[in-house]
Design a protein. Structure first.
Length: 240
């Protein structure tokens, strides 16, 4: 019995050592199996899962993702936004239409929460982004409706061909199925067209939000000199 307990304990410890490691993915999709010590806007401090490993440090801009041993994924966008606040020149926002992803400067991908927080500094950009979200939700609904209508409509159109030879349909019944199937299929085609329209709409709104935000950054960072008359003569106003 003691031998069984010892063996079980050894197996349990080995399993823990095998899975008790954090996974850091850096640019180039290279994985680092580590024990993360700290995560901040200054970077990620970690040791290799080997206990005797020295302390290493990575810049957040070089990290793609961080997954802890319990499966939780760290939201690095929060720390990346803190880096941006420290910089003299705010980084521009980037948007990729293919997979609807937002990136800040050369940093990692932004979550929806981080994107909304970033755009909250520009009311027009935030409004365009939220409008895009509304069109994206409509697009999702259209996808479901298109699948249902085309599936049911197609099945209804085929039903007379399947059951009429078995004398389960008369002419009037078959005609009714053809009409119903035609209506459902036509409705599915309409929703499919609407789906493509909403897809283009939300991608366009997201692009507009990014352009408005980046344009706002350039406006804030542009110095301008205004000369005008005042009650005491001529006044100078220098804006940065």
């Amino acid at each position: 019995m003691k031998k069984v307990i010892i063996v079980f304990t050894a197996v349990f410890c080995i399993n823990n050592l095998t899975f008790a490691q954090d996974i850091i993915v850096v640019q180039g999709n290279k994985e680092i199996r580590a024990r993360v010590v700290s995560v901040s806007s200054d970077g990620i401090e970690y040791r290799l899962y080997d206990v005797e490993s020295p302390l290493y440090k990575l810049k957040l801009q070089n990290v793609v993702s961080l997954t802890y041993e319990n499966g939780r994924i760290e939201d690095l966008s929060v720390f990346l936004s803190q880096i941006d606040k420290k910089t003299d020149t705010p980084q521009e926002l980037r948007y990729f239409r293919d997979d609807n992803t937002f990136y800040l400067g050369n940093g990692g991908r932004l979550s929806d929460i981080a994107t909304e927080r970033l755009l909250s500094s520009n009311a027009s950009a935030l409004e365009a982004w939220r409008k895009g979200n509304a069109f994206k939700e409509a697009n999702t609904t259209m996808k479901v409706l298109t699948g249902v209508l085309l599936g049911v409509g197609g099945g209804t159109l085929l039903a007379p061909f399947i059951f009429f030879p078995l004398f389960l349909f008369n002419d009037e019944g078959a005609t009714g199925f053809f009409i119903a199937g035609g209506i459902l299929t036509s409705a599915g085609i309409v929703t499919a067209i609407t789906m493509s329209v909403t897809r283009d709409k939300y991608k366009s709104c997201y692009s507009d939000a990014v352009n408005i935000y980046n344009k706002g950054l350039k406006t804030k960072n542009t110095a301008s000199l205004h000369i005008g008359a005042t009650g005491n003569g001529i006044g100078f106003n220098l804006n940065f």
